[in-house]
Design a protein. Structure first.
Length: 74
């Protein structure tokens, strides 16, 4: 996925990465340096790689989106 993202980078304005895995640290870092990262979405604010903490200004936790995303019966 990392290699494919770099190959396809010229075909998009900004990217959003959804992962809590530190294996994507290098991709996130590269996208920031290229001004191509919109958000780093992390599914669980309480469990994610410490390698991603340095990107705090780009992180959106999906836990915080529950109110916006959950289905509510009327």
């Amino acid at each position: 996925m990392v290699l494919h993202s770099v190959i396809e980078m010229q075909n998009c304005d900004k990217a959003t990465i959804v992962s809590s895995d530190g294996d994507y640290h290098c991709l996130v870092d590269y996208l920031i340096k290229q001004n191509k990262l919109l958000y780093l979405m992390i599914p669980n604010r309480y469990k994610y790689s410490s390698l991603l903490k340095k990107f705090a200004e780009k992180i959106v936790f999906m836990n915080d989106l529950k109110e916006k995303l959950e289905y509510k019966k009327r």
